[in-house]
Design a protein around this ligand. Structure first.
Ligand SMILES: *[C@@H]1O[C@H](CO)[C@@H](O)[C@H](O)[C@H]1NC(C)=O
Ligand SMILES: *[C@@H]1O[C@H](CO)[C@@H](O)[C@H](O)[C@H]1NC(C)=O
Ligand SMILES: *[C@@H]1O[C@H](CO)[C@@H](O)[C@H](O)[C@H]1NC(C)=O
Ligand SMILES: *[C@@H]1O[C@H](CO)[C@@H](O)[C@H](O)[C@H]1NC(C)=O
Length: 359
């Protein structure tokens, strides 16, 4: 009896060893075969059981008024259920995106009575494990911001998250620097709360499906995968922008985002490269869930001064460790707690000691 068991164990160990060897060989091969952006590996959510066209689009505010405070101490609240029970189907599916022409900020405030100063919210009737900061780089897109707040607040309340919205407002007439604004937002948000997830969110993207959960899993995530303007197709596999999510530990691992791209869109490939160089996996929601409506950018860029940006992916291998969260220089000009968001106004033309100076 005993010798036989020993034999089996030996065989098992041998098989295990072989498997490890094979996995190692495969990983090595992958590593050598691809350049960095092309081999970013993605994990995609399973196909949903019900496809969206069959489900009617819901108003993002429907039944939201049924959420209220309960007369229990915070410590005694029950855990939030993963999916709300039927009388209050807070999670649903596809959402209507309503763009109201003459919307005022007061109206949006009125529709979201449970949101606290600074744009922070906790489910009043249950205890949640999810703490998500939303960081929105901002460059004067006032109309877009109103539409985003109108849509995003009820969207997040339906998901029963603890969240806050940080708008990082760039002054000075240098070109939009989203990478640096995201770094500032992340830093300032973490000073305030121990967020376990940070969503970096463009101001002009409105989520269209409530099964797109604004929480972090163990991987970083690219979330805005299907945008109406691009016919809901993924248009660049190595692109990481729009809406994406990182845990703070992931953020530090890639040294945040580049501070040196004074332009639009260019930094997004740099971020993808940082993940790739650190061997990090990226998850993506299913194309049916990660749908977004894009508001058109009506900005006038003619007054902007663009300091020189690094060339496309120039020396990213050597640069990412010097340009990022560890070389962030800025002045916080003001921090205003608005009813629906925290307004962080920053002068980002201040360089960190030793960082490249914009000309
Ligand atoms: C709102 O709640 C009622 C029950 O109170 C339910 O019958 C109805 O389906 C809900 N509406 C939506 C759009 O979920
Ligand atoms: C919005 O406001 C403009 C001018 O203030 C007005 O002409 C227009 O009718 C309004 N639109 C709606 C939908 O109320
Ligand atoms: C940027 O704007 C702020 C506030 O308006 C001002 O104090 C600062 O001097 C400006 N910086 C530059 C480099 O123009
Ligand atoms: C943020 O605060 C600054 C400084 O008070 C102000 O000029 C700007 O309009 C505010 N932006 C938003 C979106 O509230």
């Amino acid at each position: 009896f005993f010798p036989r068991m020993e034999q089996q164990r030996g065989l098992l160990l041998l098989l295990l060893g072989l498997q490890l060897l094979m996995m190692g060989a495969l990983l090595c091969q992958n590593h050598h075969l691809h350049g960095f952006t092309s081999s970013l590996r993605f994990l995609t959510q399973d196909k949903p059981e019900v496809s969206s066209p069959g489900i009617p689009r819901q108003d993002v505010y429907s039944n939201i008024s049924q959420i209220h405070h309960v007369d229990i101490r915070r410590e005694d609240l029950p855990n939030c259920p993963i999916v709300s029970p039927p009388p209050l189907p807070l999670l649903g599916g596809p959402l209507k995106v309503m763009i109201q022409e003459n919307l005022t900020m007061e109206q949006v405030v009125e529709k979201n009575p449970l949101v606290e100063l600074g744009g922070q919210y906790q489910p009043p009737n249950c205890w949640t494990w999810h703490h998500t900061a939303i960081v929105v780089p901002y460059y004067g897109q006032a109309q877009h911001l109103q539409h985003l707040l109108f849509h995003l607040h009820p969207f997040l309340q339906r998901q029963q998250l603890h969240y806050a919205i940080y708008v990082v407002n760039q002054v000075n007439n240098t070109a939009f620097n989203r990478g640096k604004l995201r770094n500032v937002g992340s830093w300032e948000a973490m000073q305030e709360e121990d967020w376990d997830c940070v969503f970096f969110h463009d101001v002009n993207l409105l989520p269209e499906d409530n099964r797109n959960l604004y929480i972090c899993d163990i991987f970083s995530a690219h979330v805005s995968v299907a945008i109406d303007k691009f016919n809901y197709k993924m248009w660049m596999p190595s692109y990481l922008g729009g809406v994406f999510a990182l845990r703070p530990v992931h953020y530090l691992k890639i040294n945040g985002f580049p501070n040196t791209y004074w332009d639009r869109d260019r930094e997004d490939n740099d971020i993808a490269a940082r993940l790739e160089l650190n061997g990090m996996l990226l998850s993506r929601p299913h194309l049916l869930f990660g749908r977004y409506h894009m508001l058109e950018d009506g900005l006038d860029h003619s007054h902007e001064q663009s300091p020189k940006s690094p060339g496309f992916l120039a020396e990213i291998q050597s640069r990412w460790q010097q340009d990022g969260a560890n070389s962030l220089g800025y002045t916080l000009l003001s921090k205003e707690l608005q009813p629906l968001y925290t307004n962080l106004t920053v002068d980002i033309t201040v360089p960190a000691p030793g960082a490249p100076v914009p000309s």
